[in-house]
Ligand binder design. Structure first.
Ligand SMILES: Cc1cc2nc3c(=O)[nH]c(=O)nc-3n(C[C@H](O)[C@H](O)[C@H](O)COP(=O)(O)OP(=O)(O)OC[C@H]3O[C@@H](n4cnc5c(N)ncnc54)[C@H](O)[C@@H]3O)c2cc1C
Length: 316
């Protein structure tokens, strides 16, 4: 079987940490297919970046040097050429804004099926991914014979960093400059807010169960009495009740406090992805079947508007 090809993601000279989970997914698939795991890295100083991801289980790292920041057309041209050279049995990328930008184009050009946003990958006689739908209410199995292009959800696979000794092979590909129609003009950093929830040791996190923005007052009073920092699930940020830097989860911040107190949060997989490294998780939810309880060390089934005032009283 021909190798698995994993496309590493990086920005401004730093490997995206989620790439390491992607590497784990690719190495696992290569083991299931009894083949090699290859990585491609496209960008500035790719040999230096290659050293950062030279971990056990990777056989070869293909590098392509370009001074341009992420460029759709260069990625598509380089990966297509590499495909013609090594005929990978599948291509894996992160399911990020970058991965979801070039993978559909590659799937079209290479005439390969695209299996998007995998949270699990299995191989028997076909490649089968698990894919969540309708805000995680449904899990679909999508299967295809290899080769396929798979985009992998960040934060799902464990990170392995045991050093390896992959050979690093620069690619000699001539880019068709006339076919470059895409250019990133600028990156604008999101302003850093007044708190950094990634370093907080005690988080009181609020979800849609709070019902109304005015009820945040109770949350902030309780957090202050406990010495906790307030964080939230995504709907609270989407509603504009709290700024983005308070959002915990897959598309927010991954946190690792000693104590994570989840108030009125159902426990969607995208939220759990951000709290898995908490030492202790305690949840309050009125629904005894809320999935958050499966991820919690302790739980209280009840109305947050009865439990929180009692908690506040206790801390005062
Ligand atoms: C690509 C993608 C990325 C995403 N990224 C994130 C992310 O980073 N972070 C994130 O959080 N979500 C993320 N989501 C959204 C996620 O799927 C869920 O929709 C979201 O986490 C649900 O938020 P919630 O638990 O606050 O709300 P809900 O799911 O509506 O849950 C509210 C909970 O409150 C409980 N409740 C209601 N009233 C009370 C009460 N009075 N007392 C006690 N409990 C009560 C209910 O029983 C319920 O369990 C993402 C989704 C997608 C598709």
């Amino acid at each position: 079987m021909s190798p698995i090809l994993i496309i590493a993601e990086h920005r401004q000279g730093i490997i995206n940490p989620d790439t390491f989970g992607l590497l784990t997914a690719g190495i696992e698939l290569s083991t299931a297919l009894d083949t090699e795991a290859h990585v491609a890295i496209i960008g500035k100083d790719p040999e230096k970046l290659a050293q950062d991801i030279n971990i056990a289980g990777i056989h070869t790292i293909h590098t392509f040097s370009t001074s341009l920041p992420y460029n759709h057309d260069i990625y598509v041209q380089v990966i297509s050429s590499l495909f013609d050279k090594i005929h990978p049995s599948s291509i894996l990328s992160l399911h990020t804004s970058t991965g979801t930008d070039y993978c559909p184009a590659l799937a079209s050009i290479l005439d390969m099926p695209l299996l998007p946003d995998a949270i699990a990958i299995n191989y028997t006689d076909q490649i089968e991914i698990l894919h969540e739908m309708y805000s995680s209410k449904l899990q679909a199995k999508i299967a295809s014979p290899p080769p396929a292009i798979i985009t992998v959800r960040a934060g799902v696979w464990p990170i392995e960093t045991t050093p390896g000794n992959a050979s690093i092979e620069p690619l000699n590909i001539s880019i068709n400059e006339e076919a470059i129609n895409f250019k990133v003009k600028d990156y604008e950093e999101t302003p850093i807010g007044d708190v950094d929830i990634s370093t907080s040791d005690l988080l009181l996190s609020v979800g849609r169960g709070i019902g109304d923005e005015s009820n945040l007052e109770l949350i902030f009073s309780t957090a202050e009495a406990m010495g906790a920092t307030v964080s939230s699930s995504r709907p609270i940020v989407d509603a504009g009740w709290l700024p983005k830097d308070r959002q915990v989860g897959q598309s927010g911040t991954k946190v690792s406090p000693s104590l994570y107190l989840a108030i009125g949060i159902s426990g969607a997989v995208q939220h759990i992805a951000g709290i898995k490294n908490s030492k202790v998780i305690i949840s309050i939810n009125k629904d005894p079947k809320a999935p958050i309880f499966d991820a919690s060390d302790y739980g209280a089934v009840g109305d947050l508007f009865e439990i929180l005032p009692a908690l506040l009283e206790e801390f005062r």
